[in-house]
Design a protein around this ligand. Structure first.
Ligand code: AMP
Ligand code: ZN
Length: 476
C-alpha cells in the first residue's frame, strides 16, 4: 500500500528538495551506493554512510518503491595493492578476510542485503570497454608515462555537481594520489588506466589494449553502475567526501561514454566526526565496529546513535553519545515489556486511536521530508511518552497494547533498531519444556502431572494462556 505522502529528497546537484521518481520504463528505482575499499576493517564513520543508505533503502520500500541497488567493493586500488604486495599475497586472498568482516559488520548493524555487491576486479573488461570508447571519442588520451587520462576539458559541464568552476580546481584535485602530474595535459585530469609499474604494483596487473596496467578508482563505479543498473540511475549515494572528485569524475566519464544523463538524484551523507575532525583512517582517530563491541556496546546501540542525527548534519562521535543511545533504547524496551504485560480485556480508549494516528502521520512526514531520522525518532518518543501515560491510567487494554506494538513493528521495518524482542520476553527453555510436559499429561489425562507443571510454572512467575494456536507462556 502506498503511503499518502510523497517522499522528497535533497538533490546535491540541484540543491533542491525533489520528489523521488523511478525513471526507467519498468518502474523499478535504481540506486547505486559507493562501497568500501576492502584493505582493512571499515570504521564507524564509513558505517554512518552505510547505515543511512540502509535507512534510505528501507524508507524507499516503505514508500512503495520497487528497488534495485548495487554497492561496489573496491578490491583494487593503491591501498589493496600495497597491502597485498607487503604480505606477498594474491590480491583476492589479501582482501578476502576484510570482505568477510564487512558483511559480518553489516549484519551486526542490521543493514539489509542489497541486490548486487560487485567487486571491481570482476568488471575489468567493462572498464576497459569504457576507456576504449572514451579514447575513440576524444575524451581520453595516453600520457607519456603510458597511463590513460580523462580530459576534463572534453566535458563542458565538469564541476556541475560540486558547483566548482574548472578554473578554480586546485592542483592535483584528481584524487589519483599521483606524483607524476606533469604527464597530464591538465593538472585536474584523472587517471582511467594506470600503466603497470612493477616497483609499485609488483605482479598485480591486467592486460589491456592500452598495455598492462590497472584501472583508476573512479572508472570502477561508472562501469559497474552502468553494467548492473543501466546508463541512468535514479539515486546515487555516498559520503560528502565522495562528491569531489569521485562523483564529479563518475558523471564526466559516464556521460561522455553513454551520451545520456547518468544520475537523476545525488545524495551525500555528512561526516561522522571525532573531536570535531572527520573520522578517518589517515588521521588515526577512528573506531571500528569491533572496537565498540569489545567495549560492551551492541550493534543496535551503534546503529541507533548513527541514525539519531539527520544525514546532512555532521555528527560528533563520543562514548557518552553511545551511552545516551543505550538509555534511549532502554526506554523503548521498558515500554515494549510493559505493553506485553497488559492483560485487561475490552476495547481500548478512543484516545489511543487518536494518538497513534497523530504519531504515524508525524513519523511518515519526518521520513518524507528528506529522511529526517531525528524527527522520526522524536515522533517515536512522543508515542512512548503518550502510551506510558495511557498505561498509567489503566485504560490501555490488551487489544490496544497489541495495536501499539504492531505500529512499532511497522516503523521498525524502516528503522531496523527497535528492541521489540526484549530478552525479558524470552521464555526460558526449561519452562518451555514444562509446558510441553503439561500438554502431554493433559492429553493422557494425567491430571496430577499436569497440575504439578501448572503450579511449578506459576511459582516461577509465568502464566499459561490457552489460545486457539495452543498453550503459550507469558510473564506475570
Ligand atoms: P572509503 O573506504 O574511504 O572510500 O569510504 C567508504 C564510504 O564511507 C564513502 O562513501 C565515504 O564517503 C564514507 N566515509 C568515509 N569517512 C566517513 C566519515 N567520517 N563519516 C561518514 N562517512 C564517511
Ligand atoms: Zn564510487
Amino acid at each position: 500500500m502506498k503511503p499518502d505522502i510523497l517522499l522528497k529528497l535533497y538533490n546535491t546537484e540541484t540543491r533542491e528538495m525533489e520528489d523521488v521518481r523511478a525513471h526507467g520504463a519498468d518502474g523499478r528505482l535504481r540506486m547505486y551506493t559507493c562501497g568500501p575499499t576492502i584493505y582493512n576493517f571499515a570504521h564507524i564513520g564509513n558505517f554512518r554512510t552505510y547505515v543511512f543508505e540502509d535507512l534510505l533503502r528501507r524508507s524507499l520500500k516503505f514508500f512503495g518503491f520497487d528497488l534495485v541497488q548495487a554497492m561496489n567493493l573496491t578490491d583494487v586500488d593503491d591501498k589493496t595493492i600495497t597491502g597485498a604486495t607487503a604480505k606477498k599475497m594474491p590480491l583476492k586472498e589479501f582482501v578476502e578476510p576484510y570482505r568477510v568482516a564487512f558483511f559480518e559488520d553489516l549484519e551486526t548493524l542490521n543493514i539489509e542485503k542489497v541486490e548486487f555487491y560487485p567487486a571491481a576486479t570482476d568488471y575489468i573488461d567493462e572498464m576497459i570497454e569504457m576507456i576504449e570508447k572514451l579514447m575513440e571519442n576524444g575524451s581520453a588520451y595516453r600520457s607519456p608515462n603510458g597511463s590513460i587520462y580523462f580530459s576534463i576539458r572534453s566535458f563542458s559541464s565538469y564541476g556541475r555537481l560540486s558547483h566548482l568552476k574548472l578554473d578554480e580546481l586546485k592542483a592535483n584535485a584528481s584524487g589519483d594520489n599521483e606524483a607524476d602530474e606533469y604527464d597530464k595535459d591538465n593538472i585536474s585530469d584523472f587517471v582511467l588506466w594506470k600503466a603497470h609499474d612493477p616497483e609499485r604494483d609488483g605482479k598485480i596487473f591486467w592486460e589491456s589494449p592500452f598495455g598492462p596496467g590497472r584501472p583508476g578508482w573512479h572508472i570502477e563505479c561508472s562501469a559497474m553502475a552502468m553494467k548492473l543498473l543501466g546508463e541512468s540511475v535514479d539515486i546515487h549515494c555516498g559520503g560528502v567526501d565522495n562528491m569531489f572528485p569521485h562523483h564529479e569524475n563518475e558523471i564526466a566519464q559516464s556521460e561522455c561514454c553513454s551520451g545520456t544523463h547518468f544520475v537523476h538524484h545525488w545524495v551525500h551523507v555528512e561526516h561522522l566526526l571525532v573531536d570535531h575532525k572527520k573520522m578517518s583512517k589517515s588521521l588515526g582517530n577512528f573506531y571500528t565496529l569491533r572496537d565498540l563491541l569489545n567495549r560492551g556496546y551492541t550493534g543496535r546501540e551503534v546503529r541507533y546513535l548513527l541514525l539519531s542525527t539527520h544525514y546532512r548534519t555532521q555528527l560528533n562521535f563520543t562514548i557518552q553519545g553511545l551511552d545516551a543511545a543505550r538509555a534511549s533504547l532502554e526506554r523503548i524496551e521498558a515500554l515494549v515489556i510493559r505493553l506485553h504485560a497488559i492483560e485487561e480485556t475490552g476495547e481500548s480508549p478512543p484516545a489511543l486511536t487518536e494518538l497513534m494516528k497523530t504519531a504515524d502521520h508525524a513519523f511518515k512526514e519526518a521520513l518524507a521530508h528528506d529522511i529526517n531520522s531525528s524527527a522520526a525518532l522524536a515522533a517515536l518518543f512522543d508515542l512512548v511518552r503518550d502510551l506510558n501515560v495511557l498505561a498509567d491510567t489503566g485504560t490501555l487494554t490488551r487489544t490496544g497494547a497489541e495495536r501499539a506494538l504492531h505500529l512499532l513493528e511497522k516503523w521498525d521495518a524502516v528503522l531496523g533498531v527497535l528492541p521489540l524482542e526484549s530478552k525479558e520476553l524470552e521464555i526460558p527453555q526449561e519452562l518451555q519444556e514444562m509446558l510441553e510436559k503439561r500438554e502431554r499429561a493433559r492429553k493422557e489425562k494425567n491430571f496430577q502431572v499436569s497440575d504439578e507443571m501448572r503450579q511449578e510454572i506459576s511459582d516461577r512467575g509465568y502464566l499459561i494462556e490457552d489460545t486457539p494456536q495452543g498453550a503459550r507462556l507469558k510473564k506475570r
